[in-house]
Design a protein around this ligand. Structure first.
Ligand code: 5GP
Length: 503
């Protein structure tokens, strides 16, 4: 949807030229797409971009999260008409639930051009520095946003964008979620920054913004040094020989190349593991997104994610089946090593997704007990844990979908972010039943983390937030899974082969 516009604003408030001197817009006549929510900063961005002579398109993204979001689009449309900018409206769907802020940002980014300009001010910059510091960011995160056409207002203060809107007679949209203390950024804005200024006895916003600028410059120098020291980051020997700080940067650059900035940067733990592979202390390691880094003939290579695990050849792993199990237990379907690496990955993903609101993990006994034990140790958040036990009616190796609750939960689910931890999904009927049962207890959100999903067996649609492995359809035991209470203590997940006992 796009609208043309009548004549542009001719008379600007007196303050505009001095504000423009501190902005970093592209040259007059240049096209510029601005993300405009309708708040004071983005309305000021729209007005100043037009005043700077750019050919402006204002895009409003409607997340559909609040009643009245259509009226907000109209505020932006009206401002665009008045200033002679083009207007476009984009709709995205964001489901309520954990980590809403980050998911809304991701949905917004997916419909905005990569070079879109935003109305972030120096106050936002200072908040970003502190938020990133609290999240454990390194040099790049602490360098925050770079000034330039994508962030033209970084040298302006928030009170200046507010004052400009008032001078222009604009009535910005007030987003109530900006006051919600569940969002880290809001607490940084309303509590931490004022406290820092009070302790420092001065306004710390320009101080933090200046430090971010210095750190960005230093990061650039380190990048240049890293490029000179390790021109090819897949060269294991060069990586292993380089000073650690430069080797780390080379690995990051390799895993998140400039042409794929949407890729999640690897965690510092993943970078450290890749360096262990480079040094020959590990053969391979998993990194973010399920990708794997391997070393072969002095070179590192990244393998794209594959959550399908092909059975491992029996003779290569026969020694991993204990002798007392060998008459009924076949080859591993998922090895203990693969389980350990994947659980760490799942824990990292859960840690990131629930950072703002730690979940209550509900384990389904007994099968999920070992997975649950490993998973909670891979989650770096103050999680709560509860268990329920269910028994499904059916044959020894097939569920009927009729489920009896053998042990109910102790915890109250109302208002909690609940994450069900399941061992294995076959038909999906057990999970389907559990989901309806738990949903009726009013959790704020309900998601599922399943270690194993059998391919092609599901008879109901599954909405699984996290999956460990998709495995071929066969009855399996080990890592918590049993047959008649046996084999739960095998370290790997194995195919169950009663026929092995036959002569
Ligand atoms: P569904 O309802 O999805 O068909 O079955 C789920 C439940 O059946 C699981 O929680 C688990 O208790 C059991 N189950 C399904 N497949 C297997 C399997 O391959 N091995 C074991 N030990 N249990 C399974």
């Amino acid at each position: 949807m796009s609208e043309g516009a009548p004549a542009a604003e001719r008379r600007w408030p007196e303050v505009v030229p001095s504000l423009l001197e501190r902005c970093s817009f592209p040259p007059p006549g240049h096209p510029l797409t601005c993300a405009v929510s309708g708040g004071p900063d983005s309305l000021a961005l729209l007005a100043l971009a037009v005043a700077a002579g750019c050919r402006v398109t204002a895009i409003h993204v409607d997340h559909g999260l609040r009643p009245g979001s259509a009226a907000e689009a109209e505020v932006v449309a009206a401002a665009a008409r008045r200033f002679g900018a083009r207007f476009e409206r984009r709709q995205v769907a964001v489901a309520p639930g954990p980590n809403l802020e980050a998911r809304a940002r991701a949905a917004r980014r997916s419909v905005l051009p990569a070079d879109v300009a935003t109305g972030h001010t120096m106050d936002d910059q200072a908040e970003t520095v502190l938020c990133n510091l609290l999240r454990g960011a390194g040099l790049d995160g602490l360098g925050a946003m770079a000034p330039g056409p994508r962030h033209p207002l970084l040298e302006l203060r928030r009170h200046e964008t507010e004052a400009l809107c008032a001078a222009l007679g604009l009535e910005p949209v007030r987003d109530p979620s900006n006051l919600d203390p569940r969002h880290l950024r809001n607490r940084v804005r309303h509590e931490l920054l004022p406290l820092c200024s009070e302790l420092a006895r001065r306004d710390v916003v320009p101080v933090l913004a200046r430090q971010a600028g210095l750190l960005r410059e230093e990061a650039q120098v380190l990048d240049q040094l890293a490029r000179a020291e390790v021109p090819d980051p897949s060269d294991a020997r060069a990586l292993a020989a380089a000073p650690l700080a430069l080797a780390r940067r080379a690995v990051r650059r390799w895993l998140v190349p400039d042409q794929a900035p949407e890729r999640h940067p690897p965690s510092s733990a993943a970078v450290a593991r890749v360096l262990e592979v480079a040094a020959g202390r590990r053969v391979a390691t998993e990194i973010e997104g399920g990708r794997q880094v391997r070393r072969s003939r002095g070179h590192l290579a990244v393998a794209e994610p594959s959550d399908k695990v092909r059975p491992v050849r029996t003779e290569r792993v026969a020694s991993s089946v204990p002798s007392w199990a060998q008459h009924e237990v076949g080859e591993p379907v998922v090895t203990a090593e693969a389980l350990a690496e994947r659980v760490i990955e799942l824990g990292a993903a859960i840690t990131a997704d629930y950072a703002q609101a730690p979940p209550l993990l509900v384990g389904v006994l007994k099968g999920a007990m070992i997975f649950m034990g490993d998973l909670i140790r891979a989650i770096d958040l103050p999680v709560d844990v509860d268990f329920m036990a269910v028994s499904s009616y059916g044959s020894a190796t097939r569920t009927s979908g009729v489920v009896r609750i053998v042990k109910d939960l102790d915890a109250d689910l109302a208002g909690r972010h609940v994450l069900v931890v399941e061992d294995i999904i076959d038909s999906g009927l057990t999970l389907n039943y559990l989901r309806r049962y738990l949903q009726a207890r009013g959790p704020e959100s309900l998601e599922v983390c399943a270690l194993l999903v059998k391919e092609g067996e599901q008879r109901v649609p599954l909405d699984l937030r996290y999956v460990g492995f998709r495995i071929p359809s066969a009855f399996v035991v080990g890592y918590g899974l049993d047959v008649d209470e046996r084999y739960r203590n095998l370290a790997s997940v194995h195919r169950y082969r009663p026929s092995l006992a036959e002569p």
